[in-house]
Design a protein around this ligand. Structure first.
Ligand SMILES: [Zn+2]
Ligand SMILES: [Zn+2]
Length: 321
């Protein structure tokens, strides 16, 4: 049996660095994918799995043949320890992607009813799933409330209601992660800008997150990025609304710019008025999405509902940090 360091220098295995083409070449074999899946099934996530246990779980009748494939994975996707084999980060990622149906499933769901009503016309919403994306739109006016990728594996064993709940968590976490500067796809560094958008967009002002590593781009309303903001969460919690579970697309401030006001462009200051029950809070952000000011957490909602220019306050002199 091979030693883990065979064929490499004494560097930690993670540092040996495969090119993407080499990584895909190593994975381009059913037995190796089966070995990774067997490792996960056997609990390789938590503890090392002995060679014999792993061998038993894979449909192969020749241990030399099995060992050959296992060696190919070793030092890149799995690590050999004294007690057996365990995942390295890339191996765990690959096998999770397989389970998420990223490479295999082609699923679609015909339109079904979704909770909430249209921010624009009050019409009812419906959702559908196609090309690994879930979309929620207004039945009456066609306004898109959300369109975001969701792995097909997430459709398994879920009712439409459970699927929408899972989708809510998925999107919310992705945007919160991106707003914190972490790419939800590759964990690379994310640059965030708040800016006026091109005329092709439905939004006057939008937040764009772009990963400096994999170029993953997320584009959204301002509000969607504030679902884990402490003050926004507290404001809702005090009024009996749990933002972690209530579908975000049922809030107009999350999916549209109806409640967004540009206070100034140089420097960029955007105000978001967030209603809840009979109250509204207001939050002012700069072009990095940093909170410049929060106030009015218990202010009665104004007659026009969306806040008006009459309430625009002096923010130009506010501190940036
Ligand atoms: Zn509508
Ligand atoms: Zn990335």
């Amino acid at each position: 049996m091979s030693h883990p360091a065979k064929g490499t220098t004494a560097e930690p295995p993670e540092a040996t660095g495969l090119s993407p083409a080499e990584a895909f070449a190593l994975l381009g074999n059913d037995t190796r994918i089966e070995i990774l899946q067997a490792l996960l099934d056997a609990g390789g996530d938590e503890r090392p799995i002995p060679f014999s246990d792993l061998y038993e779980r894979v449909d192969i009748d020749d241990s030399a043949h099995f060992n050959y494939h296992l060696k190919k994975l070793t030092d890149h996707f799995v690590r050999r320890t004294d007690e057996g084999y365990e995942f390295q980060y890339p191996g765990r990622k690959v096998v999770r992607s397989v389970f998420a149906g990223m490479f295999t499933d082609s699923a679609r769901l015909e339109p079904f009813e979704a909770p909430g009503s249209c921010y624009d016309c009050g019409g009812s919403l419906f959702a559908w799933y196609l090309d690994e994306h879930l979309t929620i739109e207004c039945e009456a006016c066609g306004a898109t409330h959300v369109n975001y990728s969701f792995p097909p594996g997430g459709l398994d064993d879920r009712t439409p209601g459970e699927l929408l709940q899972a989708f809510h968590h998925h999107v919310r976490h992705h945007y919160c992660l991106a707003a914190d500067g972490v790419c939800p796809e590759c964990m690379g560094k994310v640059e965030t800008t708040v800016s006026r958008t091109a005329e092709s967009s439905d939004l006057d002002v939008a937040v764009v997150h772009e990963c400096t590593r994999c170029r993953n781009r997320l584009h959204s309303s301002v509000g969607l990025n504030l679902l884990d903001n402490a003050e926004v969460l507290t404001f809702h919690a005090e009024r009996g609304v749990d933002l972690s579970t209530r579908p975000f697309w049922t809030f107009d401030w999350c999916v549209s710019d109806e409640r967004t006001t540009i206070l100034s462009e140089e420097p960029m200051r955007v105000r978001l008025d967030i209603p809840c029950g009979d109250d509204a809070m207001c939050i002012v952000l700069d072009d990095d999405l940093d909170v410049v000011d929060v106030d009015g957490c218990a202010r009665p909602i104004e007659a026009d509902g969306a806040g008006g220019a009459d309430r625009a306050r002096e923010t130009g002199g506010a501190d940036d940090d």
